[in-house]
Design a protein around this ligand. Structure first.
Ligand SMILES: [Zn+2]
Length: 352
């Protein structure tokens, strides 16, 4: 039985949300439209896929009113073997491999979900499902729909096709047209607790417990963020970055112009990881402020001593202005400002 859960992916799905979803199947009252909201990386899309599997898996469908009485997943987010889809039948396998003709995923192409994508979807929905008991359409990052696309989708929601469920995912309801939100059954996915992320990292990744604790904290409730951090050379990069910051911001030693420029250059070298590096800078600066008032509340707990030392050497006003500098660098990067120049300005501001 355990194997069965592993084959379905050992997926992380929010337990409270999965109880709702399981109840829909049990009571045979599947809404025409669902809206999953929550921060990135809490399992919204994965849950949508699992729900699509559960709606069509013969082992769930055949025992609907008797066996399916609990949630689709256990407390640690694994699919339960009793109530979840089998993951093994023809339907489950097709859905998982993305080859089921009646399970579709619409997601932004570039920045937006465009009207053409929704028109194509409307065309598909005008026909009967090929083979599914319940056709499922997942519209991921639904906030990326431009107004025309949103209005076209609204028409589908107003006259929902039979045997079809639309699942929209978004960070928050306020990102969507209120008319869309009001036509969906809303299910909120909470951030994943730090302890659970830590356990998952230890179970699935070969990393040291100390590192797992830091990663779980910095991931801020996001499963995908925790795992992407643990995949990269992130731990060493963070060590390097904090050493540089300590010497630049706290010790103010050995940071002549040449070294500052070299630091800026190294920061600007890899555009993809720069947002993560800026996040590290910000939490480190934030921790030094917090440490002045409540050392227990710092995020970088493994750096407690050095953060305490730093907090005695720098004023709150100076820290807040540095945090502002990191924020404005982030904003400038999003606006496609010159990378190298932005980093040079930032490093300079951090050194004052
Ligand atoms: Zn199945």
């Amino acid at each position: 039985m355990r194997k069965r859960a592993e084959r379905t992916g050992g997926l992380l799905i929010h337990n409270r949300a999965s109880k709702w979803l399981s109840a829909f199947i049990r009571k045979e009252t599947i809404p025409h439209a669902l809206l999953f909201t929550g921060i990135e990386g809490v399992g919204k899309r994965t849950s949508a896929m699992t729900f699509a599997m559960a709606c069509n898996c013969p082992s769930v469908v055949s025992c609907q009113s008797s066996v399916v009485s609990g949630p689709l997943t256990t407390d640690n987010g694994q699919l339960t073997t009793d109530n979840g889809p089998c993951g093994d039948c023809r339907s489950c396998r097709k859905i998982r491999s993305g080859s089921h003709p009646d399970i579709s995923l619409v997601e932004p192409s570039g920045t937006f979900i465009r009207i053409a994508q929704i028109r194509e979807l409307c065309h598909t929905l005008s026909m009967k499902p090929y083979e599914a008991r319940m056709r499922v359409v997942i519209i991921a990052n639904a906030q990326a729909m431009n107004p025309e696309a949103g209005n076209a989708l609204l028409k589908v929601l107003e006259e929902p096709p039979e045997r079809t469920v639309l699942i929209l995912t978004a960070i928050q309801t306020s990102d969507l047209l209120p008319t869309i939100v009001s036509r969906c059954q809303h299910i909120r996915f909470d951030p994943i607790p730090r302890e659970r992320l830590e356990t998952l990292l230890l179970e699935k990744k070969q990393i040291r417990p100390d590192d797992a604790e830091v990663i779980a904290t910095l991931a801020n409730g996001s499963y995908s963020k925790a795992f992407s951090i643990s995949r990269t050379n992130w731990i060493n990069r963070r060590k390097w970055l904090i050493r540089e910051l300590e010497s630049l911001v706290i010790e103010k030693q050995g940071h002549g112009t040449a070294r500052m420029l070299a630091f800026a250059e190294r920061l600007s070298k890899n555009k993809d990881i720069l947002p993560d590096l800026l996040e590290v800078m910000k939490t480190w600066l934030r921790d030094i402020v917090v440490c002045k008032y409540d050392p227990e509340k710092i995020i970088n707990r493994d750096l407690g001593d050095s953060i305490q030392h730093a907090s005695r050497k720098i004023t709150v006003a100076s820290l807040l202005s540095k945090i502002k500098s990191v924020d404005s660098a982030r904003k400038n990067l999003r606006a496609n400002a010159n990378l190298r120049l932005t980093m040079e300005v930032l490093v300079c501001q951090l050194s004052f």
